[in-house]
Design a protein around this ligand. Structure first.
Ligand code: CA
Length: 229
C-alpha cells in the first residue's frame, strides 16, 4: 500500500475540524489538524501535506496572511473555508494564492469533490494541458481552436483569451479581478461589465442553455470556473 495522502486542516472550530477530518479519513486520506496558524505553519513544514484546508477566521493570524506564508513556502494547493459574512476576505484569499473555497455550511459531498479535484490537479503536470476537454467541449490550446461536438466554434480574440484563461486552471475558480487583469490588463480590474458581456457571448456560443450553463460556471460574487467533469 502506498503511504496515505496527508491533508492539513487549519480550523479553530473543533466541530468543523472533526467533521472535515472524519470525511477525509473515510475517503482514505490522512487528516492532520491545526487549530492555530502557528501550529499550521509547523505542521506544513514537518508533514509536507498534499493540500491544506484553511479556515479564514483563526485566533492568532489573519487567514490571508497565513495563506501568503504557506504560499511562500510551497506550491501546496490551498482550499479556503469561509463564512457567508466573509465574502471580501474569501476573494482576497483567492487573489492571495488560495486555489479554491467552500462556504460554510457545506456538506461532505461538496467537500470531497473539491478535495478530489484539487488533489487531481496537483498530481497532474504543472503545465496546463494542450488539449482541455469537458463534455462535448474541446479546446486545443496549441491550435487556438475550440470544438463543440467536433465542429469548430469561431471565437473572437478576447473570447478566446477569456476561455483559455479559465481552461488553464480547469475546474478551479478564477476571480473577477484575476480574469480582468489577465484578459484585459491590470488597469481594467474594476470593469466587471466587460466580463459579464464577454461571458454572455461565450455562453451563447457554447452552452445549450446559456441561463443554466453546463461549462462556464458562475461563482456568485467571486468569479467563474470552467467545469472539469
Ligand atoms: Ca474560525
Amino acid at each position: 500500500m502506498s503511504s496515505p495522502v496527508v491533508v492539513l486542516i487549519v480550523e479553530d472550530d473543533a466541530a468543523i475540524a472533526q467533521f472535515v477530518a472524519a470525511s477525509l479519513s473515510a475517503s482514505g486520506l490522512r487528516p492532520v489538524s491545526a487549530s492555530t496558524a502557528a501550529e499550521a505553519l509547523d505542521e506544513a513544514r514537518s508533514r509536507q501535506p498534499a493540500m491544506v484546508i484553511v479556515d479564514l477566521g483563526l485566533p492568532d493570524l489573519d487567514g490571508i496572511e497565513l495563506i501568503a506564508r504557506l504560499r511562500a513556502g510551497a506550491a501546496t494547493p490551498i482550499l479556503v473555508l469561509s463564512a457567508r459574512t466573509q465574502e471580501a476576505q474569501k476573494i482576497a484569499a483567492l487573489d492571495a494564492g488560495a486555489d479554491d473555497y467552500l462556504t460554510k455550511p457545506f456538506g461532505v459531498g461538496e467537500l470531497l469533490a473539491r478535495v478530489r479535484a484539487m488533489l487531481r490537479r496537483a498530481a497532474g503536470s504543472p503545465e496546463p494541458a494542450p488539449l482541455v476537454e469537458v463534455g462535448a467541449l474541446a479546446l486545443d490550446r496549441e491550435a487556438r481552436q475550440l470544438r463543440l461536438d467536433g465542429s469548430p466554434v469561431h471565437l473572437s480574440p478576447l473570447e478566446y483569451r477569456l476561455l483559455e484563461r479559465l481552461a488553464r486552471v480547469q475546474g478551479k475558480v478564477v476571480t473577477h479581478r484575476q480574469l480582468l487583469a489577465d484578459v484585459w490588463g491590470s488597469e481594467q480590474v474594476d470593469q466587471l461589465h466587460y466580463l459579464r458581456i464577454y461571458m454572455g457571448h461565450l455562453r451563447a456560443k457554447i452552452e445549450a442553455n446559456p441561463a443554466e450553463p453546463r461549462y462556464l460556471l458562475t461563482e456568485l460574487g467571486v468569479g467563474y470556473r470552467l467545469a472539469d467533469e
